[in-house]
Ligand binder design. Sequence first.
Ligand SMILES: *Cc1c(COP(=O)(O)O)cnc(C)c1O
Length: 389
Amino acid sequence: MNEKWREIASEIKAIYGNKDYVALHEPTFNEKEIEYVTDCIKTGWVSSVGKYVNEFEKKLAEYTGVKRAVAVVNGTAALHIALKVAGVKENDEVFMPALTFVATANAASYLNAIPHFVDVSEKTLGLDPVKLKEHIHDIGEFKNGQLINKLTGRIIRAVVPMHTFGHSVDLDPLIDICQQYNLILVEDAAESLGSYYKGKHTGGFGVVSALSFNGNKIMTTGGGGAILTNNEKLADYAKHITTTAKIPHQWEYYHDEIGYNYRMPNINAALGYAQLEKMDDFLASKRQLTKQYHQLLKKINGVKVFKENSFEMSNYWLQAILIDPQKHERDNVLGILNAEGVMARPIWSPLSELAPYMHCPKADLTMTNHLNKIVINIPSTPVKGESYD
Ligand SMILES: *Cc1c(COP(=O)(O)O)cnc(C)c1O
């Protein structure tokens, strides 16, 4: 088997032009980025004021089909503010998958809210609506229009599904649960720019949602994120508190609450503006790559490439393979691929096992623990086509 994995490694390298080392995900730039960023430098508008922030926000709202987008410094900040403006408060519990990037839980913690971990589904790698419902039956009590955790006495305020590697969770049943128990839906759409659920862009279902444009995401602003919403008031409020809560005035400094310096700098927005124009190319290339990996990994027993469900159109941001634990050992596979110069890594450790979150409330996490042993990400950078040369 080890020999087979070495062959796979060499074929992955061939896909990427036989480079010595193939990273998991690298940004793709061309003349457009250079042009817009140079414009910022030449005009001096590199920082907190400039035309690209507004232009980028407008284009992003258009692209994702929401009324408003507010650009911020990173995806974690976007999620922090999304949860805040959605109404998550101190001591509230927030349902979220145990299998996500740590930022989902950190953002809730910044508001002194408590993550409450729920299991994920094998079908989507995201929050499992059936298990969420069962868990609510076990620990929840619906009283005076609020869902209460009977074990802690705290209000459960919100649900934060995350679209893992760009694959949409099954949103309809989650929306039903939110309606039934008066829970606020906030999507962590950090990984799913360009992904659609039943024909509508992810991030457009939550009251508020968050995107990330970190260097490893499908498109990047260097570092950056955005808050999406169809609610104008929440968008205005998000803009206000991410720009220090300053009341606009020509010279006076007056701030009407504790705000945050979370605004995206103009130079980063310029990068984003150029990147957003390439989304169609990125998406096409990722789909092509999934097909190639599917062909390639057919050669090895007990491995499959994770595929989208019929209800979605995935952006395939990170390619994920699932190994049969009877036939392959995760760390052995990771060891071989990385030694051969092909970066590969496992899906996240369950957040419920991390030191800061070990004591948080949680549901049965059987699938989370299982997937942690069998899901591996392999190189996913769009393979350069004519359109980016
Ligand atoms: C990338 C990511 C974020 C935000 O990350 P930043 O690095 O702060 O932009 C949040 N949640 C998930 C699931 C992510 O993958």
